[in-house]
Design a protein around this ligand. Structure first.
Ligand code: ADP
Ligand code: MG
Length: 320
């Protein structure tokens, strides 16, 4: 009996958490483990994995394979790791299901719209038109034989700003799980992914940011082995003549999406939730909700610029 009790004691799981900056954003990694040493080791593993992914997909880092693809736009295909190839291939599928609202080749518009405080005036219509001419996921050519990627047009660029954090969160979760971590939360600055339950058996509860009041969570939701991601224009935006322009850009017009303050998407994977939250911004309320309603296992909550809340069909607001 005594031996059994000691055995249980040793097995007791505690919650451990670390907050740090990764991929230019605030990450919070939570794991359950039997002691702090074990927990630290697990968290270190997750951190290395996220840094590894950042080195692969960053379009800022000239040494990344993504930068290599961008440098060779209009020149030649670049052979990349299957991991990056597959990520791009999934991103193209998301472009298809969102009719191009989601488009990793948005990145050439980054030269026009800057959300780091450096913009002083509205870009000219001509500059916007020019930047859009380089955008188009149909011009990202994949060769499965040697997993090479070719951007057809000179000046084209891809970037993973709307999907990379979600992908990293999924990978970190899968890796920790495969190492025997029974429960945890990966929070990639609001892109959240959970597995298992709290040590007392309760479901993890995650806070969804209330776009109208950053200090107060919109809702504390139970999240069981699922992901939830919120895209919002409350962090990165520019304002000209009283109009707020968000950092999510409509690939067809070259202008930032308007009308929505925040879009929250629930999905089995953070990667898909991340990409779809961005897409809903571009698609707008009606089309966005309509599209989400057609996708099994996906739900969304949208707050419009008047503070009105819209939800997909399976979300009952009074249960939030
Ligand atoms: P955040 O990274 O702030 O959580 P999102 O996940 O919505 O927000 O991603 C927004 C980022 O995605 C932008 O900063 C930009 O890098 C990129 N992006 C902007 N517009 C698009 C688009 N139409 N399709 C794909 N990516 C986009
Ligand atoms: Mg996103």
């Amino acid at each position: 009996m005594l031996v059994l009790l000691i055995g249980l004691q040793l097995q007791a799981q505690e919650i451990h958490k670390r907050t740090l900056k990764l991929m230019g954003s605030r990450f919070e990694i939570t794991v359950t483990a039997e002691n702090p040493e074990k927990a630290n080791q697990y968290i270190d593993t997750a951190v290395s994995e996220i840094q590894r992914i950042e080195r692969l997909i960053s379009s800022w880092d000239p040494a990344s394979q993504t930068s290599e693809i961008n440098r060779n736009a209009g020149i030649k295909p670049v052979v990349v790791d299957p991991e990056l190839y597959n990520l791009i291939s999934r991103a193209l599928k998301i472009s298809e299901i969102t009719d191009g609202a989601f488009d990793i080749s948005y990145a050439s518009m980054d030269k026009i719209w800057k959300f780091d405080g450096s913009m002083r005036s509205m870009p000219s219509e001509e500059a916007i038109r020019n930047s859009v001419s380089k955008v188009g996921y149909q011009n990202i050519i994949l060769h499965p034989d040697d997993h090479s990627v070719f951007l057809k047009k000179e000046g084209m660029k891809i970037g993973f700003g709307a999907i990379g954090k979600g992908y990293a969160a999924d990978r970190a979760k899968d890796l920790l799980r495969s190492q025997g971590v029974t429960a945890g939360i990966i929070n990639a600055s609001g892109d959240m992914n959970t597995w298992g339950t709290q040590p007392n058996g309760d479901t993890w509860k995650v806070a969804i940011t209330n776009p109208l009041n950053k200090e107060h969570a919109f809702a504390l939701l139970p999240l069981e082995d699922r992901a939830v991601v919120t895209s919002g224009d409350y962090e990165k935006f520019v304002k000209f003549n009283g109009v707020r322009y968000s950092h999510i850009i409509n690939p067809k017009t070259g202008y930032p999406a308007t009308g929505i303050i925040s879009a929250t998407v629930f999905a089995p994977k953070a990667e898909l939730a991340d990409a779809l939250a961005t897409s809903v911004f571009v698609m707008g309320i009606e089309t966005g909700i309509d599209r989400i309603n057609q996708l099994p296992g996906i739900d969304c909550i949208i707050v419009d610029t008047n503070g009105k809340v819209h939800t997909s069909k399976n979300i009952k607001l009074d249960s939030l």
